[in-house]
Design a protein around this ligand. Structure first.
Ligand SMILES: [Zn+2]
Length: 278
């Protein structure tokens, strides 16, 4: 790995969804003899993107949030039943970049997509015809999975993959085949579990501190443990266990901090945009 002096990042909050905790963490409302049918527990979950400022590569986004009207009528209604979207217009990437970081979409140079679910990939739609739209990195295997899933039924929805997110005009996807250092100090690593090929990001910041972003391969600190607890929504449970081991090793190797993507607890302990971690 390369240590690149000057790399820093900011956490951009992109609205919230409500959902049953069991999607994120299994066994949260287990019954007992005296209380055999406890009610499902719902919680409010943040959505985020990461803005990385790199001294050579410029402004790089890790994930992009939802595309316009995902909170209204763009996605099939069935999805709103499980994951009611609480976003308003101001929670989308374009507005948050401007309001929190005083940045325009034109100032973004590249985008790394962790996985192709609608709350991570959709925001690339803001970059049609823009510089960053020509530099969208995603795992080849994830891209193939999403294409297949979204072409199997007329609704265009396959799990949390949405066909429209893959078809924005004038977007160029650059396919990543293996774990690699995309830019000096910015590594991407394949994490199996949530999807077949979620790309985590390992960021070696200017201060010498390393941060690991597992995206939805590990939703929350509760999943990470120890002990690790699998999410309810998982494509590959064995893959999830391997992912935890892979992350544990990296965390130890770099004395890294892990930043989770949908963690209602951790987000309150972190500083978000306009603050930068260095
Ligand atoms: Zn997600």
């Amino acid at each position: 790995m390369t240590t690149m002096s000057g790399i820093k990042f900011s956490i951009i909050e992109l609205g919230e969804v409500d959902n049953d905790q069991a999607w994120n963490v299994t066994g949260m409302a287990l019954g007992t003899k005296d209380n055999p049918n406890p009610p499902a527990v719902w919680w409010r979950v943040p959505m985020i993107a990461i803005l990385v400022q790199h001294p050579e590569a410029g402004n790089i986004l890790y994930d992009s949030g939802n595309y316009l009207n995902n909170n209204i009528d763009r996605l099939p209604q069935a999805l709103q039943e499980d994951f009611p979207n609480l976003m308003t217009r101001k929670d989308y990437l374009d507005v948050q970049l401007k309001e929190k970081l005083n940045m325009s979409l034109d100032e973004i140079d590249a985008i790394i997509i962790s996985h192709a679910h609608f709350d991570h990939l959709g925001g690339v739609g803001f970059f049609s015809g823009k510089k960053a739209g020509q530099n969208v990195y995603i795992s080849r295997k994830e891209f193939e999975t999403a294409l297949l899933a979204t072409h199997q039924n007329p609704s265009g929805l396959g799990g949390a993959y949405f066909k429209g997110d893959l078809e924005f005009p004038d977007i160029e996807f650059k396919l990543v085949d293996e774990d690699t250092e995309l830019f000096p100090g910015i590594e991407v690593i394949h994490l199996v579990g949530h999807t077949p090929a979620t790309l985590g990001m390992v960021l070696h910041c200017g201060s010498g501190q390393t941060y690991i972003f597992p995206s939805d391969a590990v939703y929350t600190s509760l999943n990470y443990g120890p002990p690790a607890i699998a999410p309810g929504l998982v494509a590959d449970t064995l893959g999830f266990s391997n992912t935890i081991r892979k992350l544990n090793k990296l965390e130890k190797k770099y004395n890294a901090k892990v930043v989770f993507p949908h963690d209602p607890i951790q987000i309150k302990q972190m500083k978000t945009a306009p603050y930068f971690y260095e």
